[in-house]
Design a protein around this ligand. Structure first.
Ligand SMILES: Nc1ncnc2c1ncn2[C@@H]1O[C@H](COP(=O)(O)OP(=O)(O)O)[C@@H](O)[C@H]1O
Ligand SMILES: [Mg+2]
Length: 388
């Protein structure tokens, strides 16, 4: 029998989406084919400590930690292994590949991907660049807009400018509000975008810190709320008659898009409660739209991940105006919800790929990308040893 792949499964994390990750990881853990994989659970506490071992998921769910389980991954490519902090003589846990089932900050934003790159361990999902750009809703818009992909009109402002407009010396870049008093900021938003608008911290997920503002009072409140979570704020025109269409994308050089689905939120918009708490939002696969429109959305989803250089997987979310049928890219999620009832795996299931098969494919893609990258040169031999 072939040797089992030693798979490090990471969950939890220093993120507002810690709990969501635990639910996703439980499903992944249960579905991984144990004939193929030896699973090494790695739980990251909300404080950022790493725990390894079979109890780590339970410990995180109970909000506990344990000295004996504390571990770390050295950024040393000759090791490729997890070490126990308090047992330096314990055998290192070799890792063939890792799967970060982490949502939001320090998991989906390129930071942990950077550690895997340094440690030279293949990992599931987008690399440093794609993760970082996809995580930032402003950067993501700038890059996808340049690639000709439509998204909703927007303005953005830095927290420092909102708090101290007179101290700012930087000229504004595209769509940025800088060197303006609060009154001028509010006026610019009112004139260019009108109401209602969506106010978002650009580097979060799960709708944390997002609000819909119908007037200037709510707009001010929304900006203050968003600034509790991020150093910038994105203000976006609200799409009227919005329908939320999601597309699952899978692949490295030749990404494929699954059959799109639709989310019908139980609240006024798809906020945190509608996503996780009240259990009343409906998911429809396939989305009930004309097939030409669905094909168009699938092709834009593939263009979007290509523009942002996201490999492995992504759930690409769109807003469609149901009256005009205008399509807007809303966001690219590089580590989408992964519970067995989440949209990403469900859309693949509807397209003929079961949940365990999807996991196999993601792990294969991780190893394949790593193999190809390894063939690139990391040393350059100059003609002469000029530096001696
Ligand atoms: N411009 C918009 N127009 C209409 N609805 C929006 C808009 N932006 C966000 N929403 C609503 O807010 C939800 C969360 O926003 P989103 O940008 O997807 O953030 P997150 O990354 O937290 O999921 C969306 O699913 C949608 O219901
Ligand atoms: Mg979203």
């Amino acid at each position: 029998m072939a040797k089992k792949i030693r798979l490090g499964l990471l969950f939890g994390g220093r993120s507002a989406e810690h709990q969501v990750s635990l639910v996703s990881a439980t499903s992944v853990m249960n579905a991984l084919n144990r004939d193929k994989y030896e699973v090494i659970p790695i739980g990251i506490t909300p404080q950022g400590q790493w725990l390894t071992g079979d109890q780590s998921l339970r410990f995180l769910k109970e909000g506990r930690t344990a000295k004996d389980l504390l571990s770390f991954l050295p950024a040393d490519p000759t090791q490729k292994a997890l070490l126990l902090q308090n047992h330096p003589h314990a055998a290192p846990q070799k890792l063939d590949v890792v799967f970060p089932v982490l949502h939001g900050t320090y998991g989906e934003d390129g930071t942990i991907q950077g550690l895997f790159e340094l440690a030279d361990i293949p990992y599931v999902g987008a690399s440093v660049l794609g993760s970082a750009v996809a995580m930032d809703k402003i950067l993501q818009k700038q890059i996808t807009n340049q690639a000709g992909i439509p998204s909703v009109d927007y303005l953005w402002i830095k927290g420092v400018d909102w708090h101290n407009p007179t101290e700012s010396e930087q000229p504004a870049i595209t769509h940025q509000l800088a060197r303006k008093s609060r009154e001028e900021v509010l006026q610019a938003i009112r004139e260019r975008l009108g109401f209602p608008v969506f106010v978002k911290p650009p580097n979060l997920g799960s709708s944390v810190g997002i609000s819909k503002a119908r007037d200037e009072v709510e707009l001010r409140e929304g900006i203050e709320t968003a600034l509790q979570f991020d150093r910038k704020v994105l203000i976006e025109k609200a799409v009227p008659h919005a329908r939320e269409i999601e597309v699952a994308v899978l692949g490295n050089e030749h990404p494929k898009a699954a059959i799109p689905g639709e989310v019908i939120p139980s609240n006024e918009f798809y906020d945190y409660d509608a996503k996780y708490v009240d259990n009343a939002s409906a998911l429809k696969i396939p989305a009930e739209l004309e097939s030409e429109l669905l094909d168009f959305i699938r092709s834009v989803a593939i263009q979007s991940v290509t523009a942002v250089e996201v490999e492995g997987m992504a759930r690409v979310d769109f807003l469609v105006n149901d009256e005009t049928k205008d399509v807007y890219l809303n966001e690219i999620n590089t580590i989408p919800g992964f519970t067995s009832i989440s949209m990403y795996p469900k859309m693949w299931e509807a397209s003929g790929l079961s949940y365990p098969e999807l996991l196999d494919e993601l792990i294969r893609l991780a190893i394949d990308r790593h193999e190809k990258k390894r063939r690139l040169k990391t040393v350059y031999q100059p003609k002469e040893d000029w530096y001696r």
